[in-house]
Design a protein around this ligand. Structure first.
Ligand code: GLU
Length: 288
């Protein structure tokens, strides 16, 4: 766990918990919410909640209600207002427009199958930090219709638009115990999608716009998003948004180290509560 630190401006600290309402919260979410709330509390700062519901194909209202109920049961309280991403779409479109004006976005009509076919027979094709193959650039520089398409970041152009080297300050730790000033390598992600074809936006664009809008000074979240911070830092720089400190925390795993997922009902906070676990017992188990 991260020991409390004192530095000037502590009382201005704002942290957030930003779940996606496409399933019930599990122990990993409980850890993240408690970690983020405590990080603010220890410094006399603010803790806010954001509902990341841009993916209308997966988000459900019943899960939004369950998030609030489960957090209250856990004894986690947040400052209003709660930001609902589905109600903030205009702000993401605005950011996308700015990037388009900078000339760092291009439309892409490729399906997953098109990408698979483009890299078929190339066994050493590079993958991003999440293990997905990098986009082969098929639509880059092509005259692609601007409707019913995804919009990708032209990573080369974006990088050449940067002046100073891109870094972030890590006050938690990455999966390989990275800490301190981290050299950001957004190029490891290639030409990422910033506006999905189906919903017109993406997690990456929404998260940077909202971290700025909610005045987040410390981005507290799981280590699974450590490497994505490089993309977020790049977008912050391109959009002229403030640079937050990053505080990535360890991930809670299930039996045998398996990744917890919202589809595993057995570790949901609901199931634990129904099985008689008290919030105090859960907090103790999670080390709080
Ligand atoms: N919505 C993301 C999730 O539920 C978290 C994003 C973030 O903290 O930046 O995993």
């Amino acid at each position: 766990m991260v020991p409390p630190m004192n530095h000037p401006g502590d009382k201005n600290v704002t942290t957030r918990f930003a779940p996606s309402p496409n399933g019930l919260l599990h122990m990993g979410h409980a850890y993240s919410a408690l970690f983020s709330a405590r990080h603010a509390q220890d410094r006399g700062g603010r803790f806010v909640l954001r509902i990341e519901d841009i993916d209308t194909t997966r988000a459900r209202e019943e899960y939004v209600r369950a998030i609030a109920e489960d957090l209250r049961w856990l004894g986690v309280s947040w400052q209003e207002p709660v930001l609902r991403q589905s109600r903030n779409m205009a702000a993401y479109q605005d950011a996308l427009r700015k990037l388009r004006d900078l000339g760092v976005l291009y439309p892409c009509a490729c399906s997953r199958k098109d990408i698979r076919q483009a890299i078929a027979g190339k066994p050493h094709w590079p993958c991003d930090p999440d293990g997905a193959p990098l986009y082969p650039g098929t639509c880059k520089g092509r005259d692609v219709a601007r409707h019913d398409v995804a919009w990708r970041l032209d990573m080369d152009k974006a990088l050449s638009a940067l002046g100073a080297p891109l870094t972030w300050q890590e006050e938690g730790s990455g999966p390989a115990a990275e800490r301190g000033i981290i050299a950001a390598r957004p190029q490891d992600w290639g030409d990422v999608i910033l506006a999905r074809r189906d919903i017109g936006v993406s997690y990456h664009i929404a998260v940077v716009v909202d971290d700025a809008a909610q005045g987040i000074t410390h981005v507290t979240r799981g280590q699974d998003l450590f490497h994505a911070s490089a993309i977020h830092r790049l977008l912050q720089r391109l959009l002229g948004l403030p640079e937050p400190v990053y505080v990535h925390h360890r991930l809670i795993t299930g039996e045998g180290g398996r990744k917890l997922s919202k589809s595993l009902a057995d570790t949901s906070l609901r199931a634990l509560r129904a099985a008689g676990m008290s919030p105090g017992e859960l907090k103790r188990r999670l080390g709080f």
